[in-house]
Design a protein around this ligand. Structure first.
Ligand code: UTP
Length: 282
């Protein structure tokens, strides 16, 4: 099973920090955000992670490449723990697809289609994960629950959602649906950034998807939507006409947002508190 991490957006909310550096490489404690997300996918039966990048995101490829000279220098100085970590990061199964222009999240995902579907005919192609590095799940427990839910529902697509305060629904993609069992909903509709009055629920799409191959096919022909971009949500709305789609509600304590400067900062503080032995923070 493959996982796609789109990382070719403009990252306007972090400018100027992201002028010469990809947003996904911003550190959260001592690791770039994208490393958490790669490790999360690999902990959930993904055998390869495809990062969708562009000419400006070379630093991501460099981060996941072997660096024998650095390893040798660290070992020469007796810093074997660091050497081991540098070696491990350089050996993770990460490959790259290119999105030459930022034409939207849906377009970015479709740029990885050949790598994810391979030569398999549509009937044999596997489902795949999509992970946005704007949110972190450092416990790595969410994707396995999504996979189990998918398998329990005949291999259906499963989308992670999180409850948000009603007055904030207009910042997110929001689902309509009905609960089917603890923490799982069957989705009947989706709407991008609805008004507070028109939002069908308070369940916002969270940035983790387990999708059937049909989504790639739909992405290849979905028309540009909001902002002239190819939107993943538009393809998922079309998917509902063909297949059942489920939502899994994320535990509020397991998801960490790093998509805005404020959220990135507070996630650093929350994770630092978690990492510090009790009483030693600060
Ligand atoms: P966002 O919509 O949050 O955009 O993309 P952004 O570029 O990251 O940030 P802002 O809104 O300009 O501040 C969600 C994810 O989809 C990727 C982004 O890199 C991000 O990880 N993306 C978005 C692409 O890879 N290509 C695109 O064309 C658009």
């Amino acid at each position: 099973m493959k996982a796609i991490i789109p990382a070719a957006g403009l990252a306007t909310r972090f400018l100027p920090a992201t002028k010469a550096q990809p947003k996904a490489m911003l550190p959260v404690l001592n690791k770039p955000a994208i490393q958490y997300v790669v490790e999360e996918a690999l902990a959930a039966e993904a055998d390869e992670v495809v990062v969708v990048g562009n000419a400006q995101t070379q630093a991501i490829a460099a981060h996941f490449s072997p660096d024998e000279a650095l390893v040798a220098q660290l070992e020469g100085r007796g810093k074997t723990n660091y050497a081991d970590e540098v070696r491990r990061v350089g050996s993770l199964p990460v490959s790259f697809a290119e999105q030459p222009e930022p034409l939207g999240l849906g377009h970015a995902i479709h740029c990885a289609a050949a790598k994810v579907l391979g030569d398999a005919g549509d009937a044999e192609a596997e489902p795949f994960y999509v992970l946005l590095s704007d949110v972190l799940v450092p416990d790595n427990a969410l994707l396995p629950r999504m996979l189990a839910s998918s398998r329990a529902h005949g291999g259906a697509s499963v989308i992670a959602v999180i409850r948000v305060p009603r007055e904030q629904v207009n910042r997110f993609g929001v689902i309509a649906g009905e609960p089917v069992e603890g923490g799982i909903w069957r989705i009947t509709g989706m709407v991008e950034k609805p008004s507070v009055e028109q939002a069908p629920s308070d369940l916002a799409i969270f940035g983790r998807y387990l999708l059937t191959p049909r989504v790639m096919e739909l992405l290849s022909r979905v028309a540009p939507g909001a902002g002239g971009e190819i939107q993943l949500t538009d393809a998922l709305i079309e998917l509902l006409a063909y297949e059942e789609v489920y939502a899994l509600i994320v535990d509020p304590d397991e998801g960490f947002d790093v998509g805005t400067v404020e959220d990135w900062l507070s996630t650093n503080l929350r994770l630092a508190e978690r990492a510090a032995p009790s009483g030693a923070a600060g």
